[in-house]
Ligand binder design. Structure first.
Ligand SMILES: [Zn+2]
Ligand SMILES: [Zn+2]
Length: 416
C-alpha cells in the first residue's frame, strides 16, 4: 500500500470505530443521565467522597474491570481495563468532589445533602468517565492495550491539615504499575453551547497558590496610637502595595492575578490592632512569573511592615496548583480527533482562563490533554458559571463527553 492509501485506510477504520462508539454512547444516554443525577443528589465534599467512590467501584466491577483499587489517596479509585490484544497504557481522569454551596435549583435531581452541591460539574465528570469505561469495556475485543481510569477525590481543595487531590493520587501510585503513556481529562462548564468542546494550545488554566499573610503590630489604647503599632493601617498599605506588583512590576503582557480575598484584624473600636491576617490567591500562566511574584510579595510585605516597625509572616497554604497546559503538538493531535468525532465547527480553540485544575500535576508526570465539555442551553436557562448556586449542565453533554473521551483514548492507544 502506498503511504496515502495507508493513511486513508487508517482514517476509515477510525471512522467506523467512531461510529461504533457513537452508537454505544447514544444507547447509554438514559443510564448516563441516571448516574449523573444520582451523583448530583448525593454530593460529597473534598476528601469525603465515600458514597461516590463506592458507587464508582461497584459499577466498574460490574463492567468486568480487571483491577479496581479503592482507598487510593483517601477515597480515590484506580481501575484498569485490559484489552484483548497487547499494547500501551493510556489514562483518563475524573474528579469526584462537590462544593459547600446550597442548591437553589428546583429540579428533580436537587441535592439531598444540605449545604453541598455539585456546582462544578464533577458529577458530570464521574458519569462521563463511567460511560467511557462502559463503552470501552464493550469493545474490549478490539482494544490493543489497557485503559486506566483515575477517579480522584479533593480537586476543589483540602480540609485543613489533610492531604489529597492529584498530588496525593500520584504519591499513592495512581500513575504507576502500569504507567500510562498519556492522560486525558475534561472539565464541564456552561460557557458555550452543549454539543461543543473547547481546548487551548499552551496554557489552558492558571497556576493557583493560596497564601496567608499576617501583620504583627502591637496593642495600645486607640487614643495613644504612638504607643502601639497599628496592624490595621499597615495592613491596608500592604494590600495596596501588593497590587503594585501587578501594575508596575510584572510585564503587562503576562497574565497574572493577585487577589487578597479576606482581611481580618483588631479586637475593638478603641484598641490599636495587634494583628491583621489576610488571605488570597495568586494566579499566573507562567511558572517563572509565579516564582517571581512570590519573591516580590515577600519583598513588598517586608518593606511595608519594616517601614512602620511591624513584622510579617507569609505562608503558602494547602491550595497550590501548577499551570494546566496543553503541549501544542499533542493539543493539535487531540483537536484532530475531537474534530473527526464532533465536526470541525463544534471544536472551539478557547482562550486560557484564570481558573485552576490539579490535572496539571498529572501532566507534569506524563503527557496529557485537557479540554472543556460545554453544556450551556440558553433556551432552557442553563448558563450559570461554575461554583454558583444554580450551576447546571445540559445532560446532552454526557454523550458528547463519552464519545470524545473514548475516541481520544482509543486513538492514543493506536498512536505510534
Ligand atoms: Zn471547581
Ligand atoms: Zn472543577
Amino acid at each position: 500500500m502506498t503511504h496515502a492509501l495507508a493513511l486513508l485506510a487508517t482514517l476509515a477504520s477510525a471512522q467506523s470505530r467512531d461510529e461504533q462508539i457513537a452508537q454505544r454512547a447514544a444507547a447509554l444516554k438514559p443510564s448516563l443521565v441516571e448516574m449523573r443525577r444520582d451523583f448530583h443528589m448525593y454530593p460529597e465534599l473534598s476528601n469525603r467522597e465515600e458514597r461516590t467512590a463506592r458507587v464508582v467501584a461497584q459499577r466498574l466491577r460490574a463492567m468486568g474491570f480487571d483491577e479496581v483499587r479503592t482507598g487510593v489517596a483517601k477515597h480515590g479509585v484506580v481501575a484498569l481495563l485490559k484489552g484483548a490484544k497487547p499494547g500501551p497504557v493510556v489514562a483518563w481522569r475524573a474528579d469526584m468532589d462537590a462544593l459547600p454551596i446550597d442548591e437553589i435549583m428546583d429540579v428533580p435531581y436537587r441535592s439531598k445533602n444540605k449545604g453541598v452541591k455539585h456546582a462544578c460539574g464533577h458529577d458530570v465528570h464521574v458519569a462521563v468517565a463511567l460511560g467511557i469505561a462502559e463503552v470501552l469495556a464493550g469493545m474490549r475485543a478490539q482494544l490493543a492495550g489497557s485503559v486506566k481510569f483515575l477517579f480522584q477525590p479533593a480537586e476543589e481543595g483540602l480540609p485543613e491539615g489533610e492531604e489529597g487531590g492529584a498530588p496525593f493520587m500520584i504519591k499513592e501510585g495512581a500513575l504507576a504499575n502500569p504507567r500510562p503513556r498519556m492522560i486525558f481529562g475534561l472539565h464541564t462548564t456552561a460557557q458555550a453551547a452543549v454539543g461543543t468542546v473547547g481546548y487551548s494550545s499552551g496554557p489552558q488554566l492558571a497556576s493557583a497558590d493560596e497564601f496567608v499573610a499576617t501583620i504583627q503590630g502591637k496593642k495600645s489604647h486607640a487614643a495613644w496610637p504612638h504607643q502601639g503599632t497599628d496592624a490595621v493601617t499597615i495592613g491596608a498599605e500592604c494590600v495596596l502595595a501588593l497590587q503594585s506588583i501587578r501594575s508596575r512590576r510584572i510585564d503587562p503582557m503576562q497574565p497574572m492575578v493577585l487577589t487578597v480575598g479576606t482581611i481580618h484584624g483588631g479586637d475593638r473600636h478603641n484598641i490599636i490592632a495587634e494583628t491583621v491576617t489576610m488571605a488570597g490567591t495568586l494566579r499566573t500562566f507562567n511558572e517563572s512569573v509565579r516564582e517571581g511574584v512570590r519573591t516580590m510579595m515577600k519583598q513588598t510585605l517586608e518593606g511595608c511592615t519594616a517601614a512602620h516597625g511591624a513584622k510579617y509572616e507569609l505562608r503558602w497554604g494547602g491550595f497550590s496548583y501548577p499551570v494546566t497546559s496543553n503541549e501544542p503538538v499533542l493539543a493539535a493531535w487531540s483537536a484532530g480527533v475531537l474534530k473527526r468525532v464532533l465536526g470541525e465547527k463544534n471544536v472551539i480553540l478557547s482562550p486560557p482562563v484564570m481558573g485552576a485544575e490539579d490535572f496539571s500535576y498529572y501532566v507534569k508526570e506524563v503527557p496529557g490533554f485537557f479540554y472543556w465539555l460545554f453544556g450551556a442551553n440558553e433556551a432552557r436557562g442553563i448558563n450559570s458559571g461554575n461554583h454558583t448556586v444554580n450551576f447546571d449542565i445540559d445532560e446532552d453533554a454526557l454523550v458528547v463527553g463519552v464519545k470524545t473521551g473514548a475516541a481520544l483514548l482509543l486513538d492514543a492507544l493506536a498512536k505510534p
